[in-house]
Design a protein around this ligand. Structure first.
Ligand SMILES: *Cc1c(COP(=O)(O)O)cnc(C)c1O
Length: 361
């Protein structure tokens, strides 16, 4: 049996006719930018996340840059961000003019904590990007209680549930990516910003469309970063499926524990009271590359993501600030992602677990 790391297509098979009809509908309608599907999706997505506003943008990276600019982040400001994350969490900061300041994580949860954020706060700190990495739910309220606005990077946590509500509705403003492999993915690039602050949402709408409210006036230099009608139309078909896709991801996480995977490696630890819709199922092991090679030979796909964390990437040298980040280095060295999707079966979980056991590393 081969077990793929991701399987974005199997869950879409039952939706095929409705997806085809959604695409046909946009072609028939002929409005491709900021039309009725984007407007409806923004309403439906805000309701699903639990905010009053959602704004569709071109991708999850632009969503972060625009959310930070909407908060007033600019040159001379510092923005705190974990280093153990997809590079874009940090890469979205320099385009605002601000300096990324890297904070550490708890390697058990892979998340920033109030302590790791507080340790790098300065009078110049203007915002914190808190990443709900791998679908685990970060302590946003506690971090925001430090007195600085939080941008939730929710690219990997659509469908997760936290003790205080859903990621995307926990801080001042939040961002999503609809890249095809994410928990809610479209057929190309797409993203959204969510908030319950109408003024912030208004600024995001301005910034995603060239800083303009109409064809004639330009209030400031913004971006061309809109969610396409075609992507919004297919996302509207998929959004009602997100709760059961997310529930299945939670179930697969429990299956890995039931199958006894924790005997051979360290499983990810959900934060207190949270129910992560695991985006990727990332374990820790002292020799992850040897384990990956053994699994690959047996047809079980596995990979590392952030072996070189953001603060050690060449692109960040000279334009960011970081001290020692021991939790980050530990997670970077030991992590390995195992297969999970909304279509993973119990048999696949058993196969992965037996493959890890038989590798005997
Ligand atoms: C995918 C991802 C992004 C970027 O989203 P894109 O849509 O690819 O630009 C940002 N942050 C995290 C944590 C991600 O996983």
């Amino acid at each position: 049996m081969t077990v793929p790391l991701f399987d974005p297509l199997t869950p879409l098979a039952p939706l095929r006719e409705r997806l085809d009809a959604a695409v046909r509908g946009v072609l028939d309608d002929g409005r491709f930018i900021l039309g009725p599907n984007v407007e409806a999706f923004e309403r439906e997505f805000a309701a699903a996340i639990g905010t009053t506003e959602a704004v569709g943008v071109a991708n999850g990276t632009d969503a972060l840059t625009i959310a930070l600019r909407a908060l007033g982040v600019g040159p001379g400001d510092e923005v705190i961000v974990p280093s153990f994350t997809f590079f874009a969490s940090a890469g979205a900061i320099p385009p605002t003019g601000a300096t990324p300041v890297f904070c550490d994580i708890d390697p058990e949860t892979f998340l920033a904590t109030p302590e790791t954020v507080k340790a790098v706060m300065t009078p110049r700190t203007k915002a914190v990007v808190v990443v709900h990495l791998f679908g685990n739910v970060a302590p946003v309220r506690e971090i925001e209680a430090l007195g600085v606005p939080v941008v939730e990077d929710t690219a990997q946590a659509a469908g997760s549930i936290g003790p205080d509500g859903r990621p995307g509705a926990l801080g001042t403003i939040a961002t999503f990516s609809f890249y095809p492999s994410k928990n809610l993915g479209c057929f190309g690039d797409g993203g959204a910003v969510t908030t319950s602050d109408a003024q912030l949402a208004d600024r995001v709408r301005l910034l995603r469309a060239h800083g303009s409210r109409g064809p004639a006036g330009f209030e400031e230099v913004g971006w061309n970063s809109r969610l396409d009608e075609l992507q919004a139309a297919v996302l509207r078909v998929m959004l009602p499926e997100l709760p059961h896709w997310a529930a299945h991801r939670r179930l697969v996480g429990r299956w890995y524990a039931e199958a006894g995977l924790d005997e051979y490696c360290r499983l990810p630890v959900a934060t207190a009271g949270s129910e992560p819709a695991w985006h990727v199922f990332v374990v820790r092991h002292d020799r992850p590359d040897e384990l990956r090679d053994a699994l690959t030979q047996r047809g079980v796909e596995a990979r590392d993501y952030y072996r070189t964390p953001a603060h050690r990437q060449r692109a960040m040298q000279g334009i960011s600030i970081s001290g020692e980040l021991p939790g980050t280095d530990e997670a970077a060295r030991t992590h390995l992602a195992l297969p999970i999707s909304a279509a993973t079966t119990w048999e696949q979980v058993v196969e992965v677990t037996e493959a890890v056991r038989d590798a005997a590393i």
